[in-house]
Design a protein around this ligand. Structure first.
Ligand code: HEC
Ligand code: HEC
Length: 145
């Protein structure tokens, strides 16, 4: 009896192994394609940041607008914030730049501050520059008009 159980288990195990390997071969495709997992990736070319006069259209009301200009010269550190040289309440008129959104002056409890809230200090966390590149995967997202 014991021997029979062993034989049955072994046969079942074999079946399981063969069936999973067939599945793996047929239906799991990686975005990496046939690229070797251990190999080095190909260095991508440097893409030019797109500047867009008037800014990029937003896809929905609360979207952080995308940055329509180069930003590699503007550093953000604990001591200074290059973006505020143009976008702060104080400088935006002189620099003809849009001022930070109202929400940037609120604490998490909704209290209004004079200076930008620490929650909104690291601008590039939400505002990203854009390059003229083809999407990696097809995307049919359509923004609200
Ligand atoms: C030298 C001045 C200057 C600096 C510094 C600067 N910007 Fe700007 N920014 C502008 C101007 C001017 C515009 C408006 C461009 C237009 O609409 O044609 C703008 C537009 C934007 C917008 C689009 C706003 C909207 O409503 O569409 C975002 C987002 C933005 N900047 C983010 C940043 C971030 C993040 C940094 C720092 C990494 C930064 N900017 C630094 C001048 C500046
Ligand atoms: C946590 C995400 C977040 C961070 C960090 C952030 N923003 Fe924004 N920003 C937003 C969102 C969301 C909006 C759109 C809603 C609004 O205006 O408040 C916006 C709007 C703006 C606008 C357009 C305002 C308008 O009236 O059209 C400018 C300019 C801007 N941000 C600049 C900045 C700069 C400069 C910094 C850094 C000091 C910054 N933001 C940090 C999320 C963020």
């Amino acid at each position: 009896m014991k021997k029979m159980i062993h034989v049955t288990l072994a046969a079942f195990g074999l079946l399981l192994i063969t069936s999973t390997s067939v599945v793996a071969k047929e239906s799991i495709a990686s975005l990496r394609g046939t690229e070797d997992l251990q190999g080095n990736s190909v260095k991508t070319g440097k893409k030019k940041v797109v500047s867009q006069e008037g800014g990029f259209e937003r896809s929905y009301k609360q979207q952080p607008p995308m940055t329509p200009h180069k930003t590699d010269k503007y550093k953000i550190s604990l001591k200074s914030n290059g973006c505020l040289k143009c976008h702060s309440k104080k400088n935006h008129k002189k620099e003809k730049a849009p001022m930070l959104g109202e929400s940037h002056f609120l604490t998490r409890d909704g209290k209004k501050l004079e200076k930008v809230s620490s929650r909104r200090y690291f601008c590039t966390q939400c505002h990203a520059t854009q390059v003229d590149a083809n999407p990696l995967v097809k995307n049919e997202f359509e923004g609200l008009k």
